[in-house]
Design a binder for this molecule. Structure first.
Ligand SMILES: [Zn+2]
Length: 242
């Protein structure tokens, strides 16, 4: 048993006993960690703030593989405005649910943590459309996990689809599919595919610039969620609220 100091964001919690919580924390150093925060629901607990969703901090963990407890936490950011707005909260919760499904234990996950940190920051504090941040986060996150979708050529036949009118976004095929190939999935415009391509080129610190036209947002919301559900083999509820 040993102490580890890690940077992380709380992506889920479950209450147990009277005053305790089990936290799932996405850490840069150790990937997704499950840790008990004992006493964190007591009003005077030093872990009171650390046991909440979205909290970013430096966690001191005690334990070993699969059995950690939080010894201390230096809370750096709570992203509080997410709690004051239904849409911002839904976007943030959607991001957390993707991470919960996609992150793995024991793997360095600095890039995932950086993306989540920036996406939550802009959703909480910047003049952004929360749905745009959720869409952008999902595509970038899945790409980080190795599921970058086909965007400029057909995922089935490989033909260049830029400028093509009749396109679908097929999760099982792995992205854009041309009109000549048979694939199920929502219709998407070339403009929406181009928007995704550009989202993937940005630095994390620049994703606040994403501002989708209404039509593109309406196309990408179901397409992106279907893709996320297919890749991560999970149903995601929070996107419905956006
Ligand atoms: Zn094709």
């Amino acid at each position: 048993m040993s102490l580890s100091t890690v940077n992380g964001i709380v992506v889920r919690y479950a209450n147990y006993r009277d005053n305790d919580r089990i936290l799932d924390i996405l850490t840069g150093e150790m990937g997704l960690v499950t840790a008990a925060a004992r006493g964190c629901r007591r009003q005077k607990s030093p872990l009171l703030a650390a046991g909440e969703l979205f909290v970013f901090g430096e966690f001191v963990l005690y334990g070993a593989k699969d059995r950690y407890s939080v010894n201390a936490c230096d809370v750096r950011e709570t992203f509080y405005p997410l709690r004051e707005d239904v849409e911002r909260f839904a976007a943030g919760a959607y991001m957390l649910s993707l991470v919960q499904a996609g992150a793995t234990a024991g793997e360095k996950s600095e890039a995932q943590l950086s993306l989540l940190y920036h996406a939550l920051s802009f959703t909480a504090y910047a003049e952004v459309n929360p749905a745009d941040m959720a869409i952008c986060f999902a595509m970038r996150y899945l790409s980080l996990l190795g599921f970058r979708p086909a965007l400029t050529s057909c995922a089935v036949c490989g033909r260049d689809v830029r400028g093509e009118k009749s396109l679908r976004f097929s999760a099982p095929a792995g992205g854009a599919v041309c009109g000549a190939c048979d694939a199920r999935g929502p219709s998407v415009s070339a403009l929406s595919l181009e928007a995704v391509r550009r989202m993937l080129l940005l630095e994390d610190g620049d994703i606040k610039k994403v501002c989708l036209p209404e039509r593109v947002r309406a196309e990408l919301r179901p397409a992106v969620n279907e893709y996320a559900e297919h890749v991560l083999e999970r149903r995601f509820k929070a996107m419905d609220a956006l």
